[in-house]
Write a protein that binds this ligand. Structure first.
Ligand code: FES
Ligand code: FE
Length: 455
Protein backbone atom coordinates (compact mmCIF):
# COMPACT_ATOMS: atom_id res chain seq x y z
CA UNK A 1 0.00 0.00 0.00
CA UNK A 2 0.88 3.64 -0.41
CA UNK A 3 -0.38 5.68 2.50
CA UNK A 4 0.54 9.32 1.93
CA UNK A 5 -1.79 10.48 -0.85
CA UNK A 6 -2.89 6.88 -1.35
CA UNK A 7 -5.13 5.44 1.33
CA UNK A 8 -4.66 8.68 3.25
CA UNK A 9 -5.43 11.46 0.79
CA UNK A 10 -5.32 14.70 2.72
CA UNK A 11 -5.25 16.95 -0.32
CA UNK A 12 -8.84 15.91 -0.90
CA UNK A 13 -9.60 15.16 2.74
CA UNK A 14 -10.45 11.49 2.15
CA UNK A 15 -9.24 8.48 4.13
CA UNK A 16 -9.88 4.88 3.14
CA UNK A 17 -11.78 2.74 5.62
CA UNK A 18 -9.22 0.00 4.98
CA UNK A 19 -6.79 1.58 7.43
CA UNK A 20 -9.25 0.83 10.24
CA UNK A 21 -10.36 -2.68 9.34
CA UNK A 22 -7.67 -4.39 7.23
CA UNK A 23 -5.67 -7.14 8.97
CA UNK A 24 -2.51 -6.73 6.86
CA UNK A 25 -2.45 -2.97 7.48
CA UNK A 26 -2.87 -3.64 11.17
CA UNK A 27 0.19 -5.93 11.19
CA UNK A 28 2.23 -3.36 9.33
CA UNK A 29 1.12 -0.70 11.79
CA UNK A 30 2.54 -2.75 14.66
CA UNK A 31 5.91 -2.80 12.87
CA UNK A 32 5.99 0.73 11.51
CA UNK A 33 4.32 2.71 14.28
CA UNK A 34 4.37 0.89 17.60
CA UNK A 35 7.96 -0.39 17.55
CA UNK A 36 9.33 3.01 16.50
CA UNK A 37 7.35 5.72 18.27
CA UNK A 38 7.68 6.93 21.87
CA UNK A 39 4.91 5.46 24.03
CA UNK A 40 3.68 6.41 27.49
CA UNK A 41 4.27 3.57 29.96
CA UNK A 42 3.34 4.92 33.38
CA UNK A 43 4.00 7.50 36.05
CA UNK A 44 6.89 7.64 38.49
CA UNK A 45 4.45 8.03 41.40
CA UNK A 46 3.23 4.47 40.70
CA UNK A 47 6.65 3.04 41.62
CA UNK A 48 8.03 5.26 44.42
CA UNK A 49 10.15 2.61 46.25
CA UNK A 50 12.98 0.30 45.12
CA UNK A 51 11.40 -3.00 44.01
CA UNK A 52 8.08 -1.36 43.05
CA UNK A 53 6.66 -2.40 39.69
CA UNK A 54 3.69 -1.65 37.46
CA UNK A 55 2.65 -4.05 34.73
CA UNK A 56 2.09 -1.94 31.61
CA UNK A 57 2.11 -2.44 27.87
CA UNK A 58 3.54 -0.91 24.71
CA UNK A 59 1.30 -1.59 21.75
CA UNK A 60 0.32 -5.26 22.02
CA UNK A 61 3.26 -6.19 24.21
CA UNK A 62 3.27 -6.53 27.96
CA UNK A 63 6.07 -4.58 29.69
CA UNK A 64 7.18 -4.13 33.29
CA UNK A 65 7.83 -0.63 34.57
CA UNK A 66 9.95 -1.02 37.71
CA UNK A 67 12.43 0.61 40.02
CA UNK A 68 15.54 -1.43 40.77
CA UNK A 69 17.33 -1.71 44.13
CA UNK A 70 19.50 1.28 43.32
CA UNK A 71 16.40 3.36 42.60
CA UNK A 72 16.79 3.44 38.82
CA UNK A 73 13.71 3.13 36.60
CA UNK A 74 13.52 0.44 33.88
CA UNK A 75 11.04 -0.82 31.31
CA UNK A 76 11.39 -4.51 30.36
CA UNK A 77 9.54 -6.80 28.02
CA UNK A 78 7.40 -8.97 30.28
CA UNK A 79 8.51 -12.23 28.73
CA UNK A 80 10.91 -14.84 30.07
CA UNK A 81 13.99 -15.46 27.96
CA UNK A 82 13.63 -19.24 28.43
CA UNK A 83 10.24 -19.98 26.85
CA UNK A 84 8.45 -16.64 26.83
CA UNK A 85 6.17 -16.88 29.87
CA UNK A 86 5.10 -13.63 31.51
CA UNK A 87 7.47 -13.20 34.43
CA UNK A 88 5.14 -10.74 36.13
CA UNK A 89 1.43 -11.52 36.32
CA UNK A 90 0.27 -8.97 38.89
CA UNK A 91 -0.94 -5.48 38.01
CA UNK A 92 1.44 -3.81 40.48
CA UNK A 93 3.41 -4.51 43.64
CA UNK A 94 6.86 -4.76 45.17
CA UNK A 95 9.34 -7.58 44.72
CA UNK A 96 13.08 -8.36 45.02
CA UNK A 97 12.93 -10.59 41.88
CA UNK A 98 10.54 -11.61 39.10
CA UNK A 99 10.34 -15.39 39.23
CA UNK A 100 9.01 -17.04 36.11
CA UNK A 101 6.05 -19.26 36.98
CA UNK A 102 6.87 -21.80 34.23
CA UNK A 103 10.32 -23.24 35.11
CA UNK A 104 11.48 -20.80 37.71
CA UNK A 105 14.14 -18.57 36.15
CA UNK A 106 14.34 -15.39 38.19
CA UNK A 107 15.29 -11.89 37.17
CA UNK A 108 16.40 -9.02 39.40
CA UNK A 109 14.62 -5.67 39.15
CA UNK A 110 17.53 -4.41 37.03
CA UNK A 111 16.70 -7.16 34.52
CA UNK A 112 19.65 -9.47 35.22
CA UNK A 113 19.06 -13.22 35.19
CA UNK A 114 19.97 -14.16 38.76
CA UNK A 115 18.39 -17.56 39.36
CA UNK A 116 18.27 -20.68 37.20
CA UNK A 117 16.97 -23.93 38.79
CA UNK A 118 19.53 -26.76 38.44
CA UNK A 119 22.09 -24.37 37.03
CA UNK A 120 24.89 -26.72 38.12
CA UNK A 121 23.27 -30.04 37.37
CA UNK A 122 21.16 -29.44 34.28
CA UNK A 123 23.13 -26.65 32.59
CA UNK A 124 26.53 -27.84 33.86
CA UNK A 125 27.15 -24.16 34.72
CA UNK A 126 27.55 -23.46 31.03
CA UNK A 127 24.68 -21.01 30.60
CA UNK A 128 26.02 -17.44 30.30
CA UNK A 129 23.48 -15.69 32.53
CA UNK A 130 24.70 -12.26 31.52
CA UNK A 131 23.33 -12.90 28.01
CA UNK A 132 19.83 -13.95 29.08
CA UNK A 133 18.48 -11.04 31.12
CA UNK A 134 15.11 -9.38 30.47
CA UNK A 135 14.85 -7.42 27.24
CA UNK A 136 14.96 -3.70 27.95
CA UNK A 137 13.55 -0.83 25.87
CA UNK A 138 16.04 0.98 23.65
CA UNK A 139 15.35 4.39 25.18
CA UNK A 140 13.53 5.61 28.28
CA UNK A 141 12.73 9.17 29.31
CA UNK A 142 11.32 10.57 32.52
CA UNK A 143 9.40 13.72 31.61
CA UNK A 144 8.35 15.41 34.86
CA UNK A 145 7.37 12.03 36.31
CA UNK A 146 5.84 10.60 33.13
CA UNK A 147 7.78 7.55 31.91
CA UNK A 148 8.08 7.29 28.12
CA UNK A 149 9.84 4.53 26.18
CA UNK A 150 10.64 3.35 22.66
CA UNK A 151 12.00 0.12 21.22
CA UNK A 152 13.88 2.02 18.54
CA UNK A 153 17.49 3.08 19.29
CA UNK A 154 17.40 5.41 16.26
CA UNK A 155 14.32 7.36 17.43
CA UNK A 156 15.10 10.97 18.37
CA UNK A 157 15.37 11.65 22.13
CA UNK A 158 11.96 12.25 23.71
CA UNK A 159 12.28 16.05 24.12
CA UNK A 160 13.07 16.33 20.41
CA UNK A 161 10.18 13.97 19.55
CA UNK A 162 7.89 16.19 21.62
CA UNK A 163 9.21 19.49 20.22
CA UNK A 164 7.22 22.61 21.08
CA UNK A 165 4.27 20.46 22.10
CA UNK A 166 5.88 20.43 25.58
CA UNK A 167 4.01 23.68 26.20
CA UNK A 168 0.72 21.77 25.97
CA UNK A 169 1.88 18.60 27.72
CA UNK A 170 2.89 20.81 30.64
CA UNK A 171 -0.71 21.99 30.99
CA UNK A 172 -1.49 18.40 31.96
CA UNK A 173 1.56 17.40 33.97
CA UNK A 174 2.55 20.55 35.89
CA UNK A 175 0.81 21.26 39.19
CA UNK A 176 -2.28 23.45 38.93
CA UNK A 177 -0.33 26.33 40.45
CA UNK A 178 2.31 26.07 37.70
CA UNK A 179 5.07 24.23 39.57
CA UNK A 180 6.88 21.81 37.24
CA UNK A 181 5.74 18.21 37.58
CA UNK A 182 4.49 17.80 41.17
CA UNK A 183 1.66 15.57 39.95
CA UNK A 184 0.72 12.08 41.07
CA UNK A 185 -1.63 9.36 39.91
CA UNK A 186 -4.89 9.34 41.85
CA UNK A 187 -5.95 5.79 42.72
CA UNK A 188 -5.46 2.95 40.24
CA UNK A 189 -5.51 2.79 36.46
CA UNK A 190 -8.85 2.13 34.77
CA UNK A 191 -8.71 -0.44 31.95
CA UNK A 192 -11.44 -1.53 29.58
CA UNK A 193 -12.01 -2.87 26.07
CA UNK A 194 -13.87 -1.15 23.27
CA UNK A 195 -14.83 -2.85 20.00
CA UNK A 196 -13.20 -0.46 17.52
CA UNK A 197 -9.86 0.31 15.91
CA UNK A 198 -7.49 2.29 18.18
CA UNK A 199 -7.44 5.20 15.72
CA UNK A 200 -11.09 6.05 16.44
CA UNK A 201 -10.34 7.28 19.97
CA UNK A 202 -6.94 8.66 18.88
CA UNK A 203 -8.49 10.93 16.23
CA UNK A 204 -11.31 11.92 18.55
CA UNK A 205 -8.88 13.12 21.24
CA UNK A 206 -6.72 14.79 18.60
CA UNK A 207 -9.48 17.37 18.35
CA UNK A 208 -12.89 16.21 17.23
CA UNK A 209 -14.44 19.55 18.04
CA UNK A 210 -17.50 18.54 16.03
CA UNK A 211 -19.16 15.93 18.24
CA UNK A 212 -20.94 18.03 20.84
CA UNK A 213 -24.25 16.44 19.85
CA UNK A 214 -22.89 13.14 21.23
CA UNK A 215 -22.67 14.61 24.72
CA UNK A 216 -25.90 16.55 24.69
CA UNK A 217 -27.57 14.55 27.45
CA UNK A 218 -24.54 14.94 29.76
CA UNK A 219 -24.54 18.67 29.17
CA UNK A 220 -28.22 18.77 30.07
CA UNK A 221 -27.69 16.78 33.27
CA UNK A 222 -24.77 19.06 34.21
CA UNK A 223 -21.92 17.04 35.71
CA UNK A 224 -19.35 19.87 35.70
CA UNK A 225 -17.69 21.11 38.89
CA UNK A 226 -20.13 24.00 39.19
CA UNK A 227 -23.15 21.92 38.18
CA UNK A 228 -23.45 22.92 34.54
CA UNK A 229 -22.43 21.12 31.33
CA UNK A 230 -19.68 18.53 31.20
CA UNK A 231 -17.05 20.95 32.44
CA UNK A 232 -17.84 24.43 33.62
CA UNK A 233 -17.30 26.77 30.80
CA UNK A 234 -17.30 30.26 32.27
CA UNK A 235 -13.57 30.81 31.75
CA UNK A 236 -13.80 29.08 28.40
CA UNK A 237 -16.52 31.41 27.19
CA UNK A 238 -14.28 34.44 27.71
CA UNK A 239 -11.31 32.76 25.91
CA UNK A 240 -10.15 32.35 22.35
CA UNK A 241 -10.67 28.73 21.29
CA UNK A 242 -7.94 27.25 19.08
CA UNK A 243 -6.69 24.07 17.53
CA UNK A 244 -2.90 23.72 17.46
CA UNK A 245 -1.04 21.07 15.49
CA UNK A 246 2.55 20.17 14.68
CA UNK A 247 2.73 18.68 11.16
CA UNK A 248 6.22 17.28 11.43
CA UNK A 249 5.55 15.50 14.70
CA UNK A 250 1.91 14.46 14.58
CA UNK A 251 0.96 15.94 17.96
CA UNK A 252 -2.13 18.15 18.24
CA UNK A 253 -4.44 19.66 20.79
CA UNK A 254 -7.21 22.08 21.50
CA UNK A 255 -6.38 25.08 23.69
CA UNK A 256 -8.14 28.13 25.10
CA UNK A 257 -6.33 31.44 25.47
CA UNK A 258 -7.53 33.93 28.06
CA UNK A 259 -7.53 37.62 27.20
CA UNK A 260 -4.51 39.55 28.42
CA UNK A 261 -4.51 40.44 32.13
CA UNK A 262 -7.66 38.53 33.05
CA UNK A 263 -7.90 35.78 35.63
CA UNK A 264 -10.55 33.17 34.97
CA UNK A 265 -13.56 33.20 37.29
CA UNK A 266 -13.58 30.26 39.73
CA UNK A 267 -15.63 27.26 38.63
CA UNK A 268 -15.50 25.19 41.78
CA UNK A 269 -18.25 25.94 44.21
CA UNK A 270 -18.93 22.75 46.09
CA UNK A 271 -16.92 23.40 49.21
CA UNK A 272 -14.92 26.38 50.28
CA UNK A 273 -11.70 24.36 50.59
CA UNK A 274 -11.97 23.14 47.01
CA UNK A 275 -12.95 26.55 45.64
CA UNK A 276 -10.20 28.27 47.62
CA UNK A 277 -7.59 25.75 46.42
CA UNK A 278 -8.31 26.38 42.77
CA UNK A 279 -8.56 30.16 43.21
CA UNK A 280 -5.17 30.18 44.92
CA UNK A 281 -3.59 27.90 42.27
CA UNK A 282 -4.99 29.95 39.41
CA UNK A 283 -3.40 33.13 40.74
CA UNK A 284 -0.10 31.34 41.42
CA UNK A 285 -0.04 29.83 37.95
CA UNK A 286 -0.41 33.23 36.34
CA UNK A 287 2.36 34.62 38.52
CA UNK A 288 4.74 31.73 37.73
CA UNK A 289 4.04 31.19 34.06
CA UNK A 290 3.56 34.86 33.22
CA UNK A 291 1.79 35.23 29.88
CA UNK A 292 1.76 31.45 29.32
CA UNK A 293 -0.55 31.21 32.32
CA UNK A 294 -3.21 32.43 29.90
CA UNK A 295 -3.35 28.98 28.24
CA UNK A 296 -6.14 26.65 29.33
CA UNK A 297 -5.66 23.06 28.22
CA UNK A 298 -8.13 21.02 26.21
CA UNK A 299 -7.96 17.42 24.92
CA UNK A 300 -4.99 16.55 22.72
CA UNK A 301 -2.93 13.63 21.48
CA UNK A 302 0.78 12.86 21.43
CA UNK A 303 1.44 10.67 18.41
CA UNK A 304 0.51 7.89 18.20
CA UNK A 305 -1.55 6.65 21.11
CA UNK A 306 -1.31 8.88 24.19
CA UNK A 307 -4.19 11.25 24.85
CA UNK A 308 -4.19 14.14 27.28
CA UNK A 309 -7.05 15.77 29.10
CA UNK A 310 -5.25 18.64 30.80
CA UNK A 311 -8.27 20.49 32.11
CA UNK A 312 -10.47 18.70 34.63
CA UNK A 313 -10.95 15.79 34.43
CA UNK A 314 -7.18 15.79 34.27
CA UNK A 315 -6.04 12.47 32.91
CA UNK A 316 -3.89 10.54 30.47
CA UNK A 317 -5.33 7.83 28.24
CA UNK A 318 -3.48 5.27 26.16
CA UNK A 319 -5.16 3.44 23.27
CA UNK A 320 -3.58 -0.01 23.17
CA UNK A 321 -4.28 -1.86 19.92
CA UNK A 322 -5.75 -5.35 20.40
CA UNK A 323 -6.19 -6.39 16.79
CA UNK A 324 -7.79 -4.16 14.14
CA UNK A 325 -11.22 -4.43 15.73
CA UNK A 326 -10.49 -3.89 19.41
CA UNK A 327 -8.80 -1.32 21.65
CA UNK A 328 -7.84 -1.59 25.28
CA UNK A 329 -8.12 1.79 26.97
CA UNK A 330 -5.98 2.59 29.99
CA UNK A 331 -6.65 5.76 31.89
CA UNK A 332 -4.55 7.43 34.56
CA UNK A 333 -6.08 10.24 36.65
CA UNK A 334 -3.81 12.99 37.89
CA UNK A 335 -3.90 15.28 40.86
CA UNK A 336 -1.43 17.74 42.42
CA UNK A 337 0.87 15.81 44.77
CA UNK A 338 0.13 18.01 47.75
CA UNK A 339 -3.52 18.87 47.10
CA UNK A 340 -5.66 18.83 50.28
CA UNK A 341 -7.61 15.60 50.85
CA UNK A 342 -10.89 17.45 50.18
CA UNK A 343 -9.64 18.42 46.71
CA UNK A 344 -8.52 14.86 45.93
CA UNK A 345 -11.85 13.41 47.07
CA UNK A 346 -13.77 16.00 45.15
CA UNK A 347 -11.81 15.31 41.95
CA UNK A 348 -12.07 11.54 42.36
CA UNK A 349 -15.86 11.81 42.38
CA UNK A 350 -15.86 14.15 39.37
CA UNK A 351 -13.45 11.97 37.37
CA UNK A 352 -15.61 8.93 37.99
CA UNK A 353 -18.84 10.53 36.87
CA UNK A 354 -17.10 11.95 33.78
CA UNK A 355 -14.62 9.32 32.57
CA UNK A 356 -14.02 5.60 32.28
CA UNK A 357 -16.35 2.82 31.21
CA UNK A 358 -18.96 3.94 33.77
CA UNK A 359 -18.44 7.67 33.23
CA UNK A 360 -21.26 9.50 31.50
CA UNK A 361 -19.15 11.31 28.91
CA UNK A 362 -16.91 8.43 27.93
CA UNK A 363 -19.89 6.16 27.32
CA UNK A 364 -21.27 8.53 24.69
CA UNK A 365 -18.03 8.37 22.72
CA UNK A 366 -17.62 4.60 22.97
CA UNK A 367 -21.11 4.04 21.63
CA UNK A 368 -20.25 6.00 18.48
CA UNK A 369 -16.85 4.36 17.87
CA UNK A 370 -18.27 0.90 18.48
CA UNK A 371 -21.03 1.25 15.86
CA UNK A 372 -18.98 3.34 13.41
CA UNK A 373 -16.29 0.68 13.36
CA UNK A 374 -18.70 -2.24 13.01
CA UNK A 375 -20.57 -0.52 10.18
CA UNK A 376 -17.28 0.15 8.36
CA UNK A 377 -16.22 -3.49 8.20
CA UNK A 378 -18.62 -4.65 5.50
CA UNK A 379 -17.41 -5.51 2.01
CA UNK A 380 -19.51 -2.75 0.48
CA UNK A 381 -19.01 -0.23 3.29
CA UNK A 382 -15.22 -0.34 3.11
CA UNK A 383 -15.19 0.72 -0.55
CA UNK A 384 -16.23 4.22 0.51
CA UNK A 385 -13.76 6.57 2.19
CA UNK A 386 -14.48 8.79 5.19
CA UNK A 387 -14.59 12.55 4.77
CA UNK A 388 -11.95 14.63 6.61
CA UNK A 389 -12.27 17.81 4.56
CA UNK A 390 -13.75 20.09 7.22
CA UNK A 391 -11.80 23.36 7.40
CA UNK A 392 -9.21 22.18 4.86
CA UNK A 393 -7.07 25.14 3.86
CA UNK A 394 -8.17 27.41 6.71
CA UNK A 395 -5.25 26.63 9.03
CA UNK A 396 -2.99 29.58 9.79
CA UNK A 397 0.66 29.86 10.80
CA UNK A 398 2.28 32.49 13.00
CA UNK A 399 -0.91 33.01 14.96
CA UNK A 400 -0.92 35.21 18.01
CA UNK A 401 -3.68 36.40 20.31
CA UNK A 402 -3.33 39.67 22.19
CA UNK A 403 0.44 39.51 22.18
CA UNK A 404 0.77 35.77 22.82
CA UNK A 405 2.44 33.93 19.91
CA UNK A 406 1.09 30.38 19.57
CA UNK A 407 3.56 27.83 18.13
CA UNK A 408 2.52 25.34 15.45
CA UNK A 409 -0.32 25.50 12.95
CA UNK A 410 -3.48 27.07 14.30
CA UNK A 411 -7.17 27.14 13.45
CA UNK A 412 -9.23 29.78 15.24
CA UNK A 413 -12.39 27.98 16.28
CA UNK A 414 -13.95 31.04 17.83
CA UNK A 415 -14.75 32.03 14.25
CA UNK A 416 -15.16 28.70 12.49
CA UNK A 417 -16.65 26.65 15.38
CA UNK A 418 -15.03 23.41 14.23
CA UNK A 419 -12.28 22.01 12.02
CA UNK A 420 -10.84 18.59 11.24
CA UNK A 421 -7.34 20.05 10.90
CA UNK A 422 -6.06 18.19 13.97
CA UNK A 423 -7.44 14.89 12.74
CA UNK A 424 -5.74 15.41 9.38
CA UNK A 425 -2.54 16.17 11.22
CA UNK A 426 -2.74 12.87 13.12
CA UNK A 427 -3.30 10.87 9.91
CA UNK A 428 -0.61 12.79 8.03
CA UNK A 429 1.90 11.60 10.60
CA UNK A 430 0.44 8.11 10.70
CA UNK A 431 0.80 7.82 6.90
CA UNK A 432 4.38 9.13 7.12
CA UNK A 433 5.24 6.44 9.70
CA UNK A 434 3.62 3.76 7.55
CA UNK A 435 5.59 4.82 4.45
CA UNK A 436 8.93 5.64 6.09
CA UNK A 437 11.73 3.09 5.97
CA UNK A 438 13.74 4.69 8.76
CA UNK A 439 13.69 7.48 11.33
CA UNK A 440 15.80 9.58 8.93
CA UNK A 441 12.67 10.09 6.85
CA UNK A 442 10.66 11.01 9.93
CA UNK A 443 12.94 13.66 11.43
CA UNK A 444 12.30 16.23 8.72
CA UNK A 445 12.88 19.07 11.17
CA UNK A 446 16.56 18.11 11.27
CA UNK A 447 16.86 18.60 7.54
CA UNK A 448 15.61 22.15 7.80
CA UNK A 449 13.58 21.63 4.62
CA UNK A 450 10.39 22.53 6.44
CA UNK A 451 9.50 23.32 9.98
CA UNK A 452 6.43 23.15 12.15
CA UNK A 453 5.96 26.81 11.41
CA UNK A 454 5.74 25.86 7.74
CA UNK A 455 6.74 27.96 4.82
FE1 FES B 1 10.43 -18.95 32.15
FE2 FES B 1 10.87 -21.46 31.43
S1 FES B 1 9.53 -19.99 30.53
S2 FES B 1 11.63 -20.38 33.13
FE1 FE C 1 -16.32 13.03 23.45
Amino acid sequence: YTYTNGLVNLEEGHISREIFVNEAIYQQEQEQVFTRAWLFVGHESQIPQPGDYFNSCMGEESVILCRDRAGEIHVFLNSCRHRGMKVCRYDAGNTPVFTCPYHGWSFATDGKLVGVPFFKEAYHEQLDKSQWGLIEVAQLYNYKGMIWATWDPTAPPFPEYLGEFSLFLDLCIDAWDGREGCTKVLGGVQKWLIPCNWKFPAENFSGDSYHNISHRSVDMVGIGPGGTGRRDRRELNMSRRLHVSFPERGHQTGVYVLPKDELPPASYQESSIVAEYFRHCEAERHRRKKEWGRLIGSPGEIFPSTALLPRQPRSIAVWHPRGPHQTEVWRWYLVDQDAPQEVQDYLRAYYMRYSGPGGMTEQDDMENWNYAHAASRGTIARRYPYNYAQGLGYEVRDFSYQGLPIPGVVTDLTESKSSEDNLRNFYRRWAAFMDAKSWDELTTWRQGAQSDKGS
